[in-house]
Each structure stands twice: as structure tokens, then as C-alpha cells.
Design a protein around this ligand. Structure first.
Ligand code: FES
Ligand code: MG
Length: 594
């Protein structure tokens, strides 16, 4: 339960400094008169009501979150019913599919903007509206830095996509159909029609991509109301929980319940475990590590393997499973997964959440109502479904999502008699996505069914923000022969909706001195999943010579900056394993404390 001794009085509201400050009558009057000019009354501003910000992430540019333009009406109703005054303001737009060169650039930009707003305006608490991939981490990172009472409201996933009686999952269908397009099985009009089937309503991706993962992570961390993360956007329950979220943030202000009370080390450990059971996005470690760093807690990719790898896959949702968000919600959603994991003793149940109750109390009586969609812990879809953190002479850290290793891939690359957890192959190396598209079908590359595809120049510095391009498909000629996937390694990320068993987020990246910069097409790499190793098979002195040659050429060359922010971000950004945070930003804590 919330700590009653922390309750604050109206005189202690942060907003009083702006609206009821006898020491500065002139500036106080200036704050008051301009908010009154659109009809806010003097009483609302000065009578001791909490002023609640609503960070609006929806806009015409961010269609995944656009539903929040409607939902905030219910949030405001809830805030007013609980005695607060709502102030809505825009978050810098972040749209995953459209933003060029990558939406990842916007995560840190939106974070910075939100920190400045929450620090500089008369807000006692904030509702963070989230949805599309990076909107959720941007908001949670800012909440961790600023540390005023904050609650997350997801806009919810879209309804299921259908083609006839077949479920069509957003994002995931693209990765499948582009192989069909490449193989010449379908033409572009059919490709487009089938992809648009996957997005039948307002909301974010209906698969367990980065959006559903990160909103589920917000709930697992305790930062949104229990059961709220995965309510489909158009359902009536979505509007109801918007109202309840508005009501609750006012209570959180009076209880002085802050992100630092909720975002504890135990909460982050819970998030890692829940992510594994969900078959969550490979982008989650980047974002969770970032939120943790802003909360002053060191979580690294070793923690992801140590706590997460042995956790089984319970959520039978694409891309790792077969269902979509509507079935997941109806089977019990995140609380049902938490309930299974608590029963298995895998979570810290005592941690406090935004409703003032513990994680365990919130999950009580909420077990799965459909144990095909949300599996029992003893009967999972996949054993040991979490990430493996690989290391070696090519990088210090790179992640492999084991829940999506398909049986075909296991048969062709793993499960060999000499070592069922290792594979070795000749590499074909690409410098960024354009180079890949230009050369993948070039016969001189000699890509065959044993080749490992490597993408470099796709990290936070090389491709400003880091590109989701590592899940490369084989050459068209191989796809036509039935070889639909090859092992991929890269210093970029991949879409959370992809079911590709790639080795991702290699840190450090080629552009900052990582070993991928030393690779040459034709080299051989050995991956050992059991030992957590990925190594270029080359003598140490040869590797040292390559390093010297690269240094004499001035290091790995990447494209020039296109905008001021790209240059600023590149000069400050940390690597994927450290959350791709802005290095100077992670030392700030409690910046809005009065
Ligand atoms: Fe926005 Fe998937 S593209 S949620
Ligand atoms: Mg994505």
C-alpha cells in the first residue's frame, strides 16, 4: 500500500510556486492571466487542485497513437472527477514506420523535450500517453529523470487483422510477404492489399512487436494500471481505463507516489522476466536498459541472459506464436502472465505499482482463462525463451532472441551431431541497408545456404539512431529454392515484429571501433549459443593487422549528418547495450523536486 506518511497538503503542491506565490506577485499574475485567457477560472488555478499534465503522443503524424486524441477526453474527465485540473500538451511525434532515417532518433529527442516540459511548467503529476514503439520508453525515461508522479496510459493495440479466416499480424506479415514478393509468388498490388489487412482499426501493432512489448513492460514495471496495457484500442474498456488513469494520477499526487518508488531494481528484474515469457521484442533490452539508467539503476545485457534466458515462452502471440492482441487480452493479458510467473517464483511480487498495491496483489485471481493463448508455466510454447548475450572478438555484447528460432533454422544450422548449439559459416558483409539491397543478389557474393549475412554501419552512430535492418532476407535465387532465412549478425536492431533469429545490437558498433568493422566477405565466424560466444576465426596477429590498417584509414567511415540533431545525438549517444542513452543525461535525477 502507498505510504500514508508521505501524503502532501495543497500547500505542498509543486504548482503553487507558479500560481500562488506571494513572494513573486508579478510572475504569479502573469502565469495566471494567460491560462485564464481560454477560460480556466482563477479558482481552478489557485485553490489547491493538482495540475495534471497529459503528454499527448497522438497526432496525424503518429497514427499508432492517434486514438489518444479521443482517449484524453476520458482522462480529463477522470482528472476532474478526482479534483485535478488537466493540462494537455504535445510530445514530439514518433512514428516507427514512416520517420526517416529512423524513429529511434526521436526517442531521445522526445525524452529531452518531455524532461524540459515536466521540469519547467506548473505540473504536479503527469499522464503519459503511449503506444507506438519508442513513445513508451521516451515517456518512461523522462518520468525517471524528472520524478514527479507519473502514470502510463497505452492507447492499446489494433484489433486483429484478418484475411478470410487467417490472422494477419501487423509488421510480421511484411517480413513474410516480402519473401513471397521476392520469389515472384505475388505481385505488388496483392502484397500491399495483404499488408493493409493487418491494420484494421486505430491502435498500435497487434503483434508482440516493440509497441505491445513496451506497453506490457510499462505494466510489468508497475507504471500503468493493472490489466491496462493490452486492452485493444477500440474496446470500451480502453476508454474506461483512460478515465481510471486520470482519476488515479490525482491520488498519486496526494500520496506523493513517484517513479523512484516504483522503478526499483526489482521492478526492472520483473520486466526482464515478463519480457521473456511474452516473447517480447529484441528492442526491449535497449529501452529497458535506458529507462533503468535514467532511474539510476544499472541493468545490462548480462542481466537479461541471467534472469531471462531460462524463462519459458507463455504468450502464444505473433511473431513467436500464432495469436494476436485480442486473444491475448481476452485470455487475461499481462496480469495472467504475471500470475503464472509469480506462481513459479520468478518475480518480485512485493514491488509497489501506480495503484498503490503490490504487483502480487494486482495479479491475484487473474490467471489465464485460455491456456492455449497464455500457457501455464509447466506447459510453455518454448522452454528457455529469453535472450542470449553473445560475446567474442567481434563485439562485447549482441543479443539473440531464442523464442523465434524456427525448427527449419535449427535443423539447418544447429542440431548438428558435433555440437547442437553451435554453427559456423562464411560471411557476406554489407555496409548499411543500401549496400545490402544493391548487392544481395550479386552472384559474385556467392551467398549459399550456409552463409552468415552481416550488416554493419547500422548502429546508433553509423546510422544515426540505429537502423532496424539486421533481419536480411536471402538472395531471391535462394528463396526460390526454399531457403527462406540465413543467420544474420549486425550492429543495428531489427523490428520487434520480425521472427528472424538474428544476432542484433552488436556493441560496440563498427562506427565506434567494434570488431565488425574488421570483417571481410569470405571470413568465417563461429557462433556458440551454449557458451555465449561469437568469434571471427582468424589468428590474433592477423586481426591486429586489420585493426592497424583500419586505423590508418581513419576508422570506419559512415554517412554525413543530415540534420543538427543527428550530429548532436551522434556526439553524445551510447551504444545499444547501454540503452542508446545520451551520455550526459543519465546523471540527472529528481530534476523537478521542489
Ligand atoms: Fe507504430 Fe507498430 S508501427 S506500433
Ligand atoms: Mg520497430
Amino acid at each position: 500500500m502507498a505510504n500514508e506518511s508521505r501524503r502532501i497538503t495543497p500547500e505542498q503542491l509543486r504548482s503553487r510556486w507558479w500560481f500562488d506565490n506571494p513572494e513573486h506577485p508579478g510572475t504569479t499574475a502573469l502565469c495566471i492571466e494567460r491560462y485564464m485567457n481560454y477560460g480556466i477560472t482563477l479558482d481552478e488555478l489557485v485553490s489547491g487542485k493538482p495540475i495534471i499534465g497529459i503528454a499527448q503522443s497522438g497526432s496525424d503524424l503518429t497514427p499508432c497513437n492517434r486514438h489518444h486524441i479521443e482517449l484524453v477526453k476520458r482522462v480529463k474527465d477522470g482528472i476532474r472527477a478526482a479534483g485535478g485540473v488537466p493540462f494537455e500538451f504535445p510530445l514530439h511525434p514518433i512514428h516507427e514506420n514512416v520517420r526517416r532515417p529512423t524513429a529511434a532518433l526521436d526517442r531521445n529527442l522526445a525524452y529531452l523535450g518531455l524532461v524540459e516540459i515536466l521540469h519547467g511548467y506548473p505540473l504536479d503529476g503527469v499522464v503519459l500517453t503511449t503506444g507506438c514503439d519508442k513513445t513508451t520508453p521516451a515517456c518512461l525515461m523522462a518520468a525517471a529523470t524528472v520524478n514527479i508522479p507519473a502514470i502510463v496510459l497505452s492507447g492499446g493495440p489494433m484489433l486483429n487483422g484478418w484475411r478470410g479466416s487467417e490472422r494477419v499480424g501487423s509488421g510480421t506479415v511484411v517480413w513474410e510477404l516480402r519473401k513471397r514478393l521476392a520469389a515472384g509468388d505475388i505481385e505488388y498490388p496483392e502484397f500491399l492489399a495483404r499488408i493493409t489487412d493487418s491494420a484494421p482499426s486505430v491502435g498500435h501493432c497487434n503483434t508482440m512487436g516493440t509497441a505491445s512489448t513496451m506497453n506490457s513492460m510499462a505494466e510489468a514495471l508497475g507504471m500503468s494500471l493493472p490489466g491496462s496495457a493490452m486492452i485493444p484500442a477500440p474496446y470500451k474498456e480502453r476508454s474506461m481505463v483512460a478515465y481510471q488513469t486520470g482519476e488515479r494520477i490525482v491520488g498519486m499526487v496526494w500520496e506523493d507516489l513517484r517513479p523512484s518508488d516504483i522503478l526499483t531494481r526489482e521492478a526492472f528484474e520483473n520486466a526482464i522476466v515478463v519480457c521473456s515469457a511474452l516473447g517480447g521484442s529484441s528492442n526491449a533490452p535497449v529501452h529497458i536498459n535506458a529507462i533503468a539508467r535514467h532511474a539510476g539503476i544499472e541493468i545490462d545485457n548480462d542481466d537479461w541472459q541471467r534472469l531471462g534466458h531460462q524463462i519459458p515462452l507463455l504468450a502464444n502471440v505473433m511473431p513467436a506464436g500464432i495469436y494476436l492482441s485480442e486473444e491475448f487480452y481476452r485470455a487475461g493479458g499481462v496480469p495472467a502472465v504475471i500470475s503464472e510467473l509469480l506462481g513459479a517464483g520468478k518475480l518480485h511480487g512485493e514491488v509497489i505499482t501506480v495503484n498503490g498495491q503490490s504487483l502480487a496483489a494486482n495479479a491475484a485471481g487473474r490467471e489465464t482463462s485460455d491456456d492455449d493463448v497464455i500457457r501455464r508455466y509447466a506447459n510453455p510454447l518454448v522452454e528457455a525463451a529469453g535472450f542470449i548475450n553473445l560475446k567474442g572478438n567481434l563485439f562485447d555484447s549482441a543479443l539473440m532472441k531464442t523464442s523465434v528460432i524456427a525448427s527449419d533454422f535449427r535443423r539447418r544450422f544447429l542440431s548438428r551431431a558435433e555440437d547442437p548449439d553451435a554453427f559456423e559459416g562464411r560471411v557476406a558483409v554489407f555496409d548499411g541497408a543500401e549496400d545490402y539491397h544493391a548487392r544481395i543478389d550479386d552472384p559474385d557474393l556467392a551467398v549459399d545456404e550456409n552463409t552468415i549475412l552481416v550488416m554493419r554501419g547500422a548502429g546508433p552512430v553509423g546510422h544515426p539512431g540505429g537502423a532496424e535492418v539486421v533481419n536480411m532476407q536471402p538472395p531471391e535465387a535462394l528463396i526460390r529454392q526454399g531457403i527462406e532465412s540465413l543467420p544474420c549478425i549486425g550492429d543495428g536492431r531489427q523490428s520487434g515484429t520480425s521472427g528472424s533469429p538474428s544476432i542484433l545490437n552488436a556493441s560496440p558498433e563498427a562506427a565506434t571501433g567494434g570488431g565488425l568493422a574488421l570483417l571481410e566477405t569470405g571470413d568465417r565466424i563461429r557462433i556458440d549459443l551454449r557458451r555465449g560466444e561469437a568469434n571471427l576465426l582468424i589468428a590474433d596477429d592477423q586481426l591486429a593487422q586489420r585493426r592497424e590498417r583500419l586505423a590508418s584509414r581513419g576508422g570506419y567511415i559512415y554517412p554525413p549528418h543530415q540534420t543538427p540533431w543527428q550530429e548532436i545525438q551522434r556526439s553524445l549517444v551510447e551504444q545499444h547495450d547501454r540503452g542508446m542513452t545520451l551520455e550526459p543525461a543519465t546523471k540527472y535525477r529528481d530534476v523537478a523536486r521542489r
